[in-house]
Design a protein around this ligand. Structure first.
Ligand code: PHE
Length: 454
């Protein structure tokens, strides 16, 4: 695809929905509740919110600035601003992180697909935690079936990406996101009104700071980056498709609000029910799949709600996975000049392979450990807790120290069409240049043990 005929978003609503669609996904509904459960509840949520406001918003502005300025994929964008420099590592991290995230994301996408099918069976909805937990482990450890589901999920994502930005990504995101929001609110109401839910509410509201360790802080940072799709060029890539007149602040704020709102409501839907049903909150990745069917069992027309929920969760997962694939595909098409279709095929093969390893590592390969982690955990941990924070760090350093101040101003004020107060711009630049890089470095160094602050 040549630079002059690049695809782009068709409308303002389309951009917003696509960015929010990338942000809202399994990260909110599957990962956030179990992270909260594993990391002690309210204190983790507070840290998470702190990182979203203090770090993620400035990083999101920065990614949009780079992408829209350069109108190219991550490599091309960085190369056009700082040709042939070490900054190209942002491009490398982006492509590696996309592949690494997709290698477990599409496995969980496959689980979601399987749960859409499972929801059709009336016996699926039961109030028995043990039986639900057995159902999940029987399926996920089975070997072949979850691998097939993972490949199917990846195939659907790939087909949407072949269709391109306007006809694929934008079209599918528009209708279903609002529906998902309504459904999650409904689940939260049911969960909060279950007998015994109050213990869960306490867990979500009363922080126990003694539970905070360097790893919890890193996990909260990683979750914030992961949930907002930051630190791996996704917003740079989508930013490159955004019209020059669009207000980048508005898109960033609205996406961050939608994403955080979704995560909190998902927490309210899952955690009180976890306590009400006597499930241990630190189940890890299986938590949502064990808890939600029990809430559905407590609702009238439970099967229909379950089918709709898992189906829409699947769509939410797809709008995120296509944004992950797009990072790699835009790189292959624009930098390596491979056709869009072939780029998608190559990406499918790479992720298909690593995803299969990660899927099998829940069952048949669970004894193969690297750095004391299964493949699934390794892809998850490395991408969220290492690659995304480093990617985010490089992005803010790049915008703060390498890009021309006037260019950053020009992008943030959309070429002067938005009145951007010089003082506010100065404050944003200060956060981008100093605060964000220092904060991310402290969390990273502290988690490795090089400095010991908390
Ligand atoms: N933000 C997505 C989610 O919450 C996952 C994602 C991460 C998408 C990074 C793109 C980039 O599910």
């Amino acid at each position: 695809m040549s630079q002059t005929t690049r695809d782009g978003f068709g409308s303002r609503f389309g951009v917003l929905v696509a960015v929010a669609g990338s942000a809202v996904g399994l990260g909110n509904l599957w990962r956030f509740p179990y992270m909260v459960g594993n990391n002690g509840g309210a204190a983790f949520i507070l840290l998470y919110l702190f990182f979203v406001i203090l770090l993620c918003l400035p990083i999101m502005f920065s990614e949009f600035v780079i992408g829209r300025r350069a109108q190219a994929n991550v490599f091309g964008a960085v190369n056009s601003i700082a040709p042939k420099s070490g900054w190209l590592s942002i491009g490398i991290i982006s492509v590696v992180a996309s592949i690494s995230i997709m290698s477990f994301y599409s496995v969980v996408g496959g689980w979601t697909l399987e749960y859409v099918f499972k929801s059709f069976s009336p016996s699926f909805l039961t109030s028995n935690s043990d039986s639900l937990s057995d159902q999940f482990s029987n399926f996920s450890q089975r070997g072949l079936l979850p691998v097939i589901m993972h490949l199917l999920f990846l195939l659907i994502s790939a087909l949407i990406v072949v269709a391109g930005v306007k006809n694929g990504i934008e079209k599918y995101s528009k209708i279903l996101m609002p529906m998902l929001f309504v459904l999650v609110i409904l689940l939260a109401i049911r969960s909060l009104t279950l007998p015994g839910a109050s213990e869960g509410v306490k867990f979500l509201l009363y922080p126990d700071f003694s539970k905070i360790t360097s790893q919890t802080v890193l996990a909260a940072l990683g979750q914030a980056f992961f949930s907002l799709s930051l630190g791996m060029g996704c917003i740079i890539t989508y930013g490159s498709y955004v019209n020059k007149k669009e207000n980048l602040f508005k898109i960033s704020f609205m996406s961050a609000i939608a994403d955080t709102g979704f995560a909190i409501i998902a927490g309210l839907a899952v955690v009180p029910a976890v306590f009400a049903f006597g499930i241990s909150p630190d189940q890890g990745p299986s938590l949502v799949f064990i808890t939600l069917p029990q809430i559905f069992a407590q609702l009238p027309f439970g099967n229909i709600i379950a089918i709709s929920f898992f189906f829409i969760l699947l769509i939410a997962a797809l709008t995120s996975s296509i944004s992950l694939l797009e990072v790699v595909v835009a790189y292959f098409t624009e930098e390596l000049k491979i056709s869009r279709k072939n780029s998608v095929i190559i990406t499918f093969i790479i992720i298909g392979f690593f995803g299969t390893l990660s899927s099998l590592s829940i069952g048949p390969l669970k004894n193969i450990l690297l750095f004391n982690k299964t493949f699934f955990d390794l892809f998850d941990y490395t991408s969220s807790n290492i690659l995304l924070p480093i990617g985010g760090l490089l992005v803010v350093l790049f915008v703060g120290w390498k890009m021309k101040k006037e260019d950053v101003f020009d992008e943030l004020s959309s070429g002067g069409s938005i009145s951007l107060n010089k003082k506010i711009f100065g404050a944003i630049l200060f956060v981008i240049k100093f605060m964000a890089p220092i904060a991310i470095s402290i969390v990273l160094l502290n988690s490795i043990g090089i400095i010991k602050l908390f």
